[in-house]
Design a protein around this ligand. Structure first.
Ligand code: UDP
Ligand code: MG
Length: 317
């Protein structure tokens, strides 16, 4: 593609407590970029780390003008950090990757080559194996993607956040106004010309995964409520079925009562009450999830706040 030959590629990394290895990690990635003469900049977003990550990013950004370091005012989560990276990147294309080398940087030249030669807008890394994950985690991930696929038709089963996005895709993503973001889903939703590159998830270089089960569950709920209102319709459908059932049961009960054959005992009543009670609560809970979502979006708070930024070796705030 014309114009893409000398393009600037922004490498975006969200960073949370990765101080132990971040300098080496950036070094490794930079070596690969230099070897393939890829013009690049790094946009490193410190997501409110509690270790010395910011100190490391600060010194890197001071020494190397190709590094832009942004520090968020607190830990906003990977999704917000990714969007902070997208907003601060100036490349003709961006590559989003984790800071722990689980996304193999050896693939970057291939991503860039595909973008340059085939003129596609998105090159996405798809996981050919999911790396080392616990059984429960695997099971939860599988059911989450299955629900999302059924409800929305978006297949994210082997999707990862490791992607190259053309500038126009970045602009499209930044136009989306939602405050609670789900990068993987949003970047699938925008469409555009896409290519896939399979990769094996590597072992984390250092430390452990920053995602607790609670955070993952929260992300899953956000993702599902963002993409589909199917659970709400499910409540209506279920209510309809229950109504039909209650008409039949009601008539039967009345007939028995009038003919003097009424059933005795509270067991049935108690069972029915318990069942209906829990169904009502679950339904209210589902409505609550959507309400929460609307509430958060309506507040319209920014996705993240920047407390410090170093670009071109200069502190900007
Ligand atoms: N991360 C982040 N904010 C967070 C949690 C994680 O910016 O609150 C970053 C983290 O530093 C890493 C990436 O997101 O670069 C992926 O995190 P992690 O490796 O812990 O997740 P996993 O690979 O287990 O999905
Ligand atoms: Mg990781």
């Amino acid at each position: 593609m014309a114009g893409r030959e000398q393009a600037l590629i922004s490498i975006i990394m969200p960073i949370y407590n990765e101080g132990g290895h971040i300098i080496n990690t950036i070094g490794t990635v930079e070596q690969i970029l230099d070897k393939h003469s890829i013009r690049h900049e790094f946009v490193l977003v410190d997501d409110g780390s509690k270790d010395d990550s910011w100190k490391k990013l600060f010194s890197m950004a001071k020494e190397n003008t190709a590094v832009t370091a942004v520090r968020l005012s607190r830990n906003f989560g990977k999704e917000a950090a990714l969007f902070a990276g997208l907003e601060h990147a100036s490349g003709d294309a961006v590559i989003v990757m984790d800071a722990d080398l689980q996304d193999p940087p050896e693939l970057i030249p291939e991503f860039v080559q595909l973008w340059k030669s085939e003129g596609c807008d998105v090159v996405e890394g798809v996981k050919s194996s999911r790396g080392r994950e616990g059984l429960l985690y695997k099971l939860c991930a599988k059911s989450f993607y299955q629900i999302l696929l059924k409800a929305t038709g978006i297949d994210l089963r082997n999707a990862s956040d490791y992607k190259l996005l053309d500038r126009k895709v970045v602009e499209a993503l930044l136009l989306m106004p939602e405050k609670i973001t789900f990068f993987r889903g949003m970047s699938a939703w925008v469409g555009f010309e896409r290519r896939q590159v399979p990769f094996e998830v590597q072992k984390r270089v250092m430390g452990t995964s920053k995602w607790s089960f609670r955070r993952l569950a929260r992300l899953a709920v956000y993702a599902i409520t963002s993409y589909t209102s199917a659970p709400l319709q499910l409540i209506t459908a279920f209510g309809g079925i229950m109504f039909l059932f209650s008409v039949v049961l009601g008539i039967q009960t009345l007939v028995r009562y009038l003919t003097g054959n009424a059933m005795e005992g509270f067991t049935t009543v108690i069972l029915l009450l318990l069942f209906i009670g829990s169904m009502l609560m679950i339904s209210l809970g589902i409505i609550g999830l959507y309400l929460t979502k609307i509430y958060h979006e309506l507040k319209g708070r920014p996705r993240y706040l920047v407390s410090k930024k170093i670009k071109d070796g200069e502190e900007q705030c």
